[in-house]
Design a binder for this molecule. Structure first.
Ligand SMILES: Cc1ncc(COP(=O)(O)O)c(C=O)c1O
Length: 365
């Protein structure tokens, strides 16, 4: 059938879906900027500037690539169990935390259901919701980017199935209070607490998982363990939810390389934690230095990134200067964040260069 029109069979609401605004890979950034790949400073994806653990890198040799991986993820879930202290019945691994988010939609959300997104926040929730045909209600955060419980209450109705709470929030860096999460858990909705940056914040609600069947906590190996390219994350949840996620996930969702790297990373936690500590130290130093600059507010952060908000049109100028120097940070196209960008924390040398360029562009002496 040569004249087959694919647009006629696509689910109609997907025809107008806007692609997720993902970060470009280094080769594309290099092409765009004319700066060689090895000179780029990529601070737009909250990746780990120190890379993966040497043990994880070594573990990628001699993998049984010709065999399917374990659909029950037994070794992986045992290692996560040892790390988190939760039983394996409360753990499911995904190809990144992103896959767990996608699974949550596939399992719990029907077209017409509502979900709550506490914007500004990580874009995957609303993106996946739109694919699922769900209504996204935006409970805008307050002026300090904290959760606004009144806004949340206003947007909850009988169609609301789930709320995403990101702590620390991406891109604003702030934590959500334990009390707010406990308050939301009393409602008859699923509460997904995204702790992708847990190792940088050391703050978690994982201890609530066993007693709250409506709580799912998300984690990832992308940030603290430097495994973003291998795609592995996990969810911590009540065993009644684990059952469905394990049954409905693609059977071989964690490939053998990701499995080997995760297992080796958990054998190298001390080294990875030292890298995390360096990132935290650099982040706090950057925050102080950035806040010395007029017309710039650097928000306090519990993640591996800082949200910088500029007055007037300065963000465009500074972004342009950074780009010209081969430095890529994350900008946003929403009204609220149009004068802001997020800088991931790099190595000390990278951070100093970023700071120098921002200081120069902002005429800071
Ligand atoms: C808040 C948040 N959740 C989830 C993810 C996705 O993590 P993963 O790489 O494990 O899919 C990210 C990635 O940036 C994130 O910022």
């Amino acid at each position: 059938m040569k004249n087959f029109n694919i647009n006629k069979i696509i689910r109609p609401h997907l025809l107008s879906l806007k692609t997720y605004d993902a970060v470009n890979p280094p080769d594309l950034l290099s092409k765009k900027s004319g700066i060689p790949e090895n000179e780029l400073i990529k601070l737009n994806g909250n990746e780990n500037p120190y890379g993966a653990s040497p043990k994880a890198i070594a573990a990628l040799k001699n993998l049984p690539m010709h065999l399917y991986p374990d659909p029950d993820q037994i070794k992986i879930r045992n290692a996560i169990s040892k790390y988190t202290g939760l039983p394996i019945d409360n753990i499911v691994a995904g190809a990144g935390a992103d896959e767990i988010i996608d699974l949550i939609f596939r399992i719990f959300i029907s077209p017409g259901d509502s979900i709550l997104d506490c914007s500004p926040t990580f874009g995957m929730y609303s993106f996946c919701a739109k694919i699922a045909g769900a209504n996204v209600k935006f409970a805008e955060r307050d002026s300090k980017y904290d959760l606004d419980i009144n806004e949340i209450e206003k947007n909850i109705n009988e169609n609301t199935k789930l709320i995403f709470i990101t702590s620390p929030n991406n891109p604003t860096g702030n934590l959500v209070s334990y009390e707010h999460i406990k308050y939301l858990l009393k409602k008859e909705i699923l509460v997904v607490v995204d702790e992708a940056y847990f190792e940088f914040s050391k703050s978690s609600v994982q201890n609530l998982v066993l007693d709250h069947p409506n709580l799912i906590v998300l984690r990832t190996m992308s940030k603290w363990a430097g495994l973003a390219g291998l795609r592995i994350g996990y969810g911590l949840m009540h065993s009644s939810a684990t059952k469905y996620l394990m049954e409905i996930k693609p059977p071989y969702n964690i490939n053998v390389a990701a499995e080997a790297a995760l297992l080796a990373s958990f054998e190298d936690v001390d080294l990875l934690q030292k890298n995390v500590d360096m990132i935290i130290e650099n982040r706090d130093w950057m925050n102080i230095e950035l806040n010395k600059i007029n017309n710039l507010t650097a928000y306090p952060s519990f993640g591996n990134y800082i949200l910088c908000e500029f007055t007037k049109n300065y963000s465009k100028t500074v972004y342009g200067e950074l780009e010209e120097n081969g430095i890529f940070v994350r900008k946003f196209n929403t009204e609220r964040l149009k004068n802001s960008f997020r800088i991931s924390i790099g190595t000390e040398v990278q951070n100093k260069k970023v700071l120098q360029i921002i200081q120069k562009a902002m005429k800071y002496e």
